[in-house]
Structure formats: structure tokens, C-alpha cells
Design a protein around this ligand. Structure first.
Ligand code: PLP
Length: 406
């Protein structure tokens, strides 16, 4: 197993979490087995009691899943230490999707009567879960503008039932950034459980555990897998006892387990994660500056640009401006539709974080069913195009955007 305190980030991507195979396979195979055998009743007792390591049943995990989990845990904890200077140890639990990971984390930390405090800009699925499903279980949300720390503090002070602070930065799809250090420290002051969705930034750009958060979640579907081959999610936690008990129990009983095939694809994608992110981010910076110079573009929303309202916050907590951006075409809805139809290389698809550049026009796809006023209030204007900048040669990306815009 690569040591995440001294080895390079790419070395951890390639070697982290790998254990030698009894049959000497170079790569961990896809363990297509729903159950596991025991040599004796005594051994099964030891494994069930947790006195001996071992696999029991596929919903609880398997060796292919373990490798992906350990690799992601090493990357999120990369070169981080506890307050006493010892290396930070994390436990990761792989899930069938990002939504499943978020659900397990929330349901294992909240009970009826308790509340979540969160920012208004969140991934739509998480927002719906918080607004439509959790209230039925007695868990309500307090939604505040997390850019205003004083308001967040006032809201926490005003309601003793707030038990959990939910952060997502940068947020999908607005790219709004909120201050992880200030918010996490505020949450801790008031005894809240603090959790962060790190899907957009990934541990390559940002490590929320640096700011003492309790949990990090990802949709591994995106940059971690990196090739668009599997839906998946992960919950990571620093309190190993809670992770091994409450969170593991919730994961097993809700049944949102991953599977060996998807875990294999994830591990395979993670081997090139650092290299891919380097290329994604440098291409994105070049696409952003090209779009800024195009007269048909009204505005460019990229965290690496100095005029972005959250640029300073992003640069404090992220390595660079990332791989995601959006831009507004001057011609509104029709210009958006026209642009998408003229693309010759970039892919017209939702989702993000794949090798190829993915482009989507929110008003005619993800937000088609949302009333215009509501969509505008979320910052999703008629001609807004979201781009997950891929790893193609930059000249080819720019040429395609240019011919589709003009
Ligand atoms: C920030 C964020 N969190 C969670 C999710 C949910 O992930 P999944 O689609 O893998 O369930 C997404 C999906 O786009 C996302 O962007």
C-alpha cells in the first residue's frame, strides 16, 4: 500500500489501497461472488465478531470494493495530520451512487426533530432529498446564504435543533464557493456534525478534512471514475468508530452497496486521476480565457478568473480554478439551442468529469421543466451553457467551441 504521508499524489493514485492477490494477479480481480466461505464455525464466529478480518456477504463489501475505498481514503487524507501530528486515517464506504452515499450519511447522523443547516445552492438531487424526503422523517432544513457567516451563526443560535451543517463547494451547477474553513469552524463551535460534498473539486483540488469536517461525500460517477463508466458514490469519515458502527450499519441496511464491477472500473479510473485532473484543469483555464474574449459571450463563470465573486475563497481552499465552467450566450435560449446543435466534437450530455468535453444547455435539458422565474432565481439563465472541460487537445476543443458559437 502506498504511504500517503511521503509518496507523491500520483503514486498514491496508482498504488494506494492495493493488496497482493493470493493468485498473484497483477490487478485486483472483479470478485463476482455474493457470499464468502469459512473454514470452520470458529472462524465464522471470529469474522462475525470482527476479531478476524474477512468478507461475509457482498452487500457488506468485497475485495474489489475495498481497494477503491482505501485508495479514495488515502487521497482525501493525503498528507493531512491529526492535531497531535499523526497521519489522518479515514474510512471510506463505497455506495451505488452519490445520492446513496449522501442518504446514508444523513440518515446515520440525524433523527426526527433534528435539523440540517445548508446553503441555498446545492446539487438538485440533494436539494430535493432535503426538501421533499427528509421532512417526512421529521428532519427539516434551515437554508441560509452561506456567503454570510454572521447570518449562519445567527441561524444556528436561533435554533437548538440544528445538528448538522451540509456544505457543497463548488456547488453544482452554479459553481458557487463557500468558505470551508470559516463554516466548518463555526459548525464545530456549536457542536454540529459538519459534512462536505467534494464531488466538483475532488481531493486533487481541495481536501475538506484539512478544515476538520466530519464527513466527505462524492459522486464517484464524475472525476474519480473519470471515464463515465459507472454510477457510484462514497462516504468518508474521520471518526473510525462511528464509521465502523453507525454509518456501516446504515449502509448495510439501506442496501446502497456498490458492486465489484463498478468498483473495478473506479479503481482503474483512479490510477490516472492526478494526471487527468492536471489536464482537465489546464484545458479549462484556457477555455475560460478564450470564452472571455468572444463577443457572443455575455459572461464566463469560472473560479479561476479574478473577477469571479468567489475567486478569493476558491483560491484559498482549491489548488486552481478546476475543470468546470459555465458561460452565458448573449442570444439567450435560441442561441443556446443553436450552439448545442452546431457542436461537432464536444459531447451534448449532462454529467461531468469524463475524458471528453461534455456540454449542456441547462434551460433546454436539466431545467426544462423548471419555471423560468425559478430557474433565473437559481442563476440559470436562458443562454447558460455548462462545460465539463475534457482532456482532448486544447486546440480541438477551442476550434469546436468557436465554430459552434459563431
Ligand atoms: C455535487 C453532487 N453531489 C451528488 C451527486 C449525486 O451523484 P450520483 O448521480 O452519482 O447519485 C451529484 C450528481 O451530479 C453531484 O453533482
Amino acid at each position: 500500500m502506498a504511504d500517503n504521508t511521503s509518496a507523491g499524489f500520483d503514486t498514491v493514485c496508482i498504488r494506494g489501497g492495493h493488496s497482493a492477490e493470493s493468485n498473484r494477479a497483477h490487478l485486483t480481480p472483479i470478485y463476482a461472488s455474493s457470499t464468502y466461505t469459512f473454514d470452520s464455525a470458529e472462524q465464522s464466529i471470529a469474522v462475525f465478531k470482527g476479531d478476524e478480518p474477512g468478507y461475509v456477504y457482498g452487500r457488506w463489501g468485497n475485495p474489489t470494493i475495498t481497494e477503491a475505498e482505501e485508495k479514495i481514503a488515502l487521497l482525501e487524507a493525503y498528507k493531512l495530520t491529526n492535531s497531535n501530528g499523526t497521519p489522518l486515517q479515514l474510512k471510506a464506504i463505497l455506495h451505488s451512487s452519490g445520492m446513496s452515499a449522501v442518504s446514508t450519511m444523513l440518515l446515520s447522523n440525524l433523527k426526527a426533530g433534528q435539523k440540517i443547516i445548508t446553503h441555498f445552492s446545492l446539487y438538485g438531487g440533494t436539494h430535493e432529498l432535503i426538501e421533499k424526503i427528509l421532512p417526512g422523517l421529521g428532519i427539516e432544513a434551515v437554508i441560509v446564504d452561506f456567503h454570510n457567516i454572521n447570518k449562519v451563526e445567527d441561524a444556528i443560535k436561533a435554533d437548538n435543533n440544528i445538528a448538522l451543517m451540509y456544505l457543497e463547494t463548488p456547488a453544482n451547477p452554479t459553481l458557487q464557493c463557500i468558505d470551508l474553513e470559516a463554516l466548518s469552524s463555526l459548525g464545530k463551535t456549536y457542536g454540529l456534525t459538519v459534512c462536505a460534498d467534494n464531488t466538483f473539486a475532488t481531493p486533487y483540488l481541495q481536501q475538506p478534512f484539512r478544515y476538520d469536517v466530519d464527513y466527505v461525500m462524492h459522486s464517484t460517477t464524475k472525476f474519480l471514475n473519470g471515464h463515465g463508466t459507472a454510477i457510484g458514490g462514497v462516504v468518508l469519515g474521520r471518526d473510525l468508530e462511528k464509521m465502523n458502527k453507525g454509518v456501516t450499519k446504515m449502509h448495510r441496511l439501506l442496501g446502497g452497496n456498490s458492486n465489484a464491477f463498478d468498483a473495478f472500473l473506479l479503481t482503474n479510473g483512479l490510477r490516472t486521476f492526478g494526471l487527468r485532473m492536471e489536464r482537465h484543469c489546464s484545458n479549462a483555464a484556457q477555455v475560460a480565457s478564450y470564452l472571455e474574449s468572444n463577443n457572443a459571450v455575455a459572461s464566463v463563470n469560472y473560479l479561476g478568473l479574478e473577477h469571479h465573486p468567489d475567486h478569493d475563497t476558491a483560491m484559498r481552499q482549491m489548488k486552481n480554478g478546476g475543470a468546470m465552467l459555465s458561460f452565458e450566450l448573449k442570444g439567450g435560449f435560441d442561441a443556446g439551442v443553436n450552439f448545442i446543435n452546431k457542436l461537432q466534437m464536444c459531447t451534448n450530455a449532462v454529467s461531468l468529469g469524463t475524458c471528453d468535453t461534455l456540454v449542456s444547455h441547462a434551460a433546454s435539458t436539466t431545467h426544462l421543466g423548471v419555471a423560468r422565474e425559478q430557474r433565473l432565481a437559481f442563476g440559470i439563465s436562458d443562454g447558460l451553457i455548462r462545460v465539463s472541460v475534457g482532456m482532448e487537445n486544447i486546440a480541438d476543443i477551442l476550434n469546436d467551441l468557436e465554430q459552434a458559437i459563431t
